[in-house]
Each structure stands twice: as structure tokens, then as C-alpha cells.
Design a protein around this ligand. Structure first.
Ligand SMILES: O=c1[nH]c(=O)c2[nH]c(=O)[nH]c2[nH]1
Length: 289
């Protein structure tokens, strides 16, 4: 029996790149997940440990960021073609490039400033009802997986420091979160159908309209807006992951990066949680349990 190397490929999977284009006050956003797989003359690498034909996956990731900066990201098909052609044309050993891109599409938050976005699709409406033998019902409604982002209007500085603090203060960062919100109705005869879009709108409007000094401050404003706009609601609980967007250092490639190309980290993330309530709200009893 002879053992031979069969089909193989390698590459950087799931490079999350966010490209912001700033036209004055009006910002545009492209949010992509790019997976690259290259194949070609890779026998040396597999059979002898000879890496001379192996363009590192790290380089592939850098190329995604550098091309995003240099060319922008138009249609994802065009960006994928640009990358695929680049690898095949520039590396003699690469015979075939497979570039897969998922685009997460965003819409502007209605009536929000031109730097506030809500991600399309995916959000889930939720509810939780308790009813006991005494005839008491409590209803909690909510939403989860509501993804929102501000390309500016967010700062974070003046925070406590100790010997382990390395975070740089910022006066202009991307603020992105995946909203999980639940709101408790005062009575079980709430206008649930009308309340949901009103509460959702209140969350979005407060997120977009708050010049944020922290996600904690934004959380409070979001909860407060739901209570103010929905009189049938007496308490809101929010769980907001801080989806960190880090500026990519493009100086090794001779490029600046003035808040244009970001790496999106999925973990670890800050998790900001809090309750906002009408101080005259009826006792919650087991509503949330
Ligand atoms: O809005 C924020 N709140 C924090 O508590 C925090 N902590 C951190 O590292 N970044 C941020 N951002």
C-alpha cells in the first residue's frame, strides 16, 4: 500500500472586517466575514515540512484588511474576486483560491443620526408569562438579537485604573451591541401588539440618540425611554454585550487608518446589564424567575 496526499486546501477562515466610509456626517458601513481557502503545490508543506510555498494565513487576513482600506468594499462579489485573483496571480504555488464572504447588512435607524445602524433580520420577539393559583398573571415581553451600531458618538474615558489597566481612553469609538431587553407589563391586559413596536422603537431611538460616555449610560437611556414611551410598562431589564471593534494597525503596509477598517472581536466581550424601573412599579414577585 502507498499512502498519498489527497486534495487539500488552507486559509484564514472568518476574518470579520468592518469598513466605515465617512462622507462628512453621513457614514456608510460594510460588515463582512471573509473566509479564504488556497490550494496548489502544497506537497512540500505536507510531506516534508517545507513551507516555502505557504503564504501564511496571517498574511491572508492582513490582505483582507489592507484591501478593505485601499479599495473599499463594494459588492462582496467584487471584493472576493479581487482577493482571489490577488492570491492566484501573486503566488506561483497557488493554483486555486476560494473566497467566501458573508455580508451582514445594516439599515439606518429610522429618524436616527446618519451614523446609527440596526442590523437587518435575526431579531426575536420574546415573552414570559407566569400565572398562579390566586389568579395573578404577570407578563414580560422582550426582544433579543437586536444588533445595533453607532460609527461615532461614543466615548469611554475617565475610568478607574490600577496596575493592570492598559485600555486607552477614547473620545470616538464604534459602539455596537446585541440587545436583549425584556419589559414587564403593569397589568395582564396590556396592548401587547402595539407595545412591541413602540418599545423596540424606543430602544433604537435611545441607542441612536444618546451621545454615549459608556455603554452603561446608553443602557440606562434605553430603559428609561421604554418606560417613558410605553406607559403600560413598569420595568425594563437589559443585557448588552459590548461588541468590541478594534482599529487594525495598517502602518506595516504603509497605510494610515483613520477610523476606517476595524477588526470585530467576538470574545471576550464586556457584558453590561441593568434594570431600569418606575420606582412606583408593583412588586415583581416571580415575574422574572
Ligand atoms: O462602555 C464601556 N463600559 C465599560 O465598562 C467598559 N470597559 C471597557 O474595557 N470598555 C468599556 N466600555
Amino acid at each position: 500500500m502507498a499512502v498519498v496526499l489527497g486534495p487539500n486546501r488552507y486559509g484564514k477562515a472568518e476574518t470579520r472586517v468592518v469598513r466605515v466610509t465617512r462622507d462628512g456626517e453621513v457614514h456608510r458601513l460594510k460588515d463582512c466575514n471573509v473566509s479564504i481557502a488556497l490550494s496548489g503545490d502544497m506537497e512540500g508543506a505536507h510531506l516534508r515540512g517545507d513551507n516555502s510555498a505557504v503564504l501564511p494565513t496571517d498574511t491572508q487576513k492582513n490582505t483582507v484588511y489592507a484591501f478593505a482600506r485601499k479599495h473599499g468594499i463594494g459588492e462582496i462579489e467584487e471584493f472576493a474576486l479581487l482577493l482571489a485573483r490577488h492570491f492566484v496571480d501573486s503566488q506561483r504555488a497557488i493554483r486555486h483560491a476560494r473566497v467566501e464572504i458573508e455580508e451582514y447588512t445594516w439599515s439606518r435607524i429610522p429618524q436616527g443620526p446618519p451614523h446609527s445602524f440596526v442590523r437587518n433580520g435575526g431579531e426575536v420577539r420574546t415573552c414570559l408569562v407566569h400565572h398562579d393559583e390566586n389568579g395573578t398573571s404577570t407578563v414580560v415581553s422582550g426582544v433579543r438579537d437586536l444588533v445595533v451600531l453607532n460609527t461615532t458618538g461614543s466615548e469611554f474615558h475617565g475610568f478607574a485604573r490600577d496596575e493592570y489597566t492598559t485600555l486607552a481612553p477614547t473620545t470616538d469609538r464604534i459602539l455596537a451591541t446585541i440587545v436583549t431587553a425584556a419589559w414587564r407589563h403593569r397589568t395582564p391586559d396590556s396592548p401587547y401588539g402595539a407595545c412591541y413596536p413602540r418599545a423596540r422603537h424606543a430602544l433604537l431611538e435611545a441607542f441612536a440618540g444618546t451621545h454615549s460616555l459608556s455603554l452603561q449610560q446608553t443602557l440606562y437611556e434605553m430603559g428609561k425611554r421604554v418606560i417613558t414611551d410605553c406607559p403600560e410598562v413598569c420595568e425594563v431589564r437589559l443585557s448588552l454585550p459590548n461588541v468590541h471593534h478594534f482599529l487594525v494597525d495598517l502602518t506595516p503596509f504603509g497605510m494610515d487608518n483613520d477610523r476606517e477598517v476595524y477588526h470585530v472581536a467576538d470574545r471576550p466581550y464586556g457584558l453590561i446589564e441593568g434594570h431600569v424601573l418606575d420606582d412606583a412599579a408593583p412588586e415583581a414577585s416571580f415575574a422574572w424567575s
